[in-house]
Design a protein around this ligand. Structure first.
Ligand code: SAM
Length: 190
């Protein structure tokens, strides 16, 4: 049975993040995040990668990057990268990403939050994997944060909250790029 997700999306969020003191911040878009996350998303069969940022200027800059790789010089220089960047869509916020998925799938997505912190209401990767494959038509949206993680306001919007990816020591400071790749492999890897 293929584990290829039909309606599985990723969103990288920058607004309503927290800083090291727990204060609400808006982080900037890091272009390597776009490259890496859409390459992982393409590898594991996600249907789309939403890059959400409230700043029209930063969205326009990211769109320029996407254009460069998708149809500019980059597309002939590196067609693999071009294929991956096709997945990227720039949106203002989480709600716009949800709306676009609803339009594409005629169904609201189930939202899955991620964090390096553990807590009571978490779902394991195996449990979520079972859920995903049991409802292939249901669209899912996996949220990744930036900075020091997503605010409580964002986390509370999730239908599921994934257990953290843990190594075998106390150090747990994965980049969002690494966390995304590991999470996708645990959910969809062969
Ligand atoms: N301390 C932050 C937290 O608890 O989420 C880490 C922020 S990290 C730089 C940015 C994002 O990467 C997080 O919002 C989360 O989406 C993802 N992430 C980082 N480490 C993770 C882990 N161990 N397990 C799951 N997701 C992780």
């Amino acid at each position: 049975m293929t584990n290829h997700p039909n309606n599985f999306y990723i969103a990288l969020l920058h607004d309503k993040m927290v800083d090291k003191d727990g204060k609400l911040i808006t982080t900037s878009i890091t272009t390597i995040d776009l490259h890496d996350i859409c390459r992982s998303a393409t590898t594991y069969g996600a249907k789309g990668v939403f890059i959400a940022h409230p700043s029209p200027t930063l969205r326009a800059l990211s769109h320029q990057l996407k254009e460069h790789w998708e149809c500019g010089f980059g597309s002939s220089y590196n067609p693999n990268r071009s294929q991956a960047l096709k997945l990227v869509e720039l949106v203002s916020d989480l709600d716009e990403a949800i709306m676009k998925i609803d339009l594409a799938c005629s169904q609201l997505p189930k939202i899955i939050a991620t964090s390096a912190k553990d807590g009571g209401d978490r779902i394991s990767f195996n449990k979520l994997k079972e859920l995903l494959s049991s409802q292939p038509k249901q669209p899912y949206l996996l949220l990744f944060g930036t900075g020091w993680g997503m605010s409580q306001e964002l986390l509370e919007r999730a239908d599921y909250f994934l257990k953290p990816i843990l190594g075998n020591g106390d150090y747990n400071h994965l980049s969002v790029r690494s966390a995304c790749a590991i999470a996708l492999d645990r959910l969809f890897g062969r």
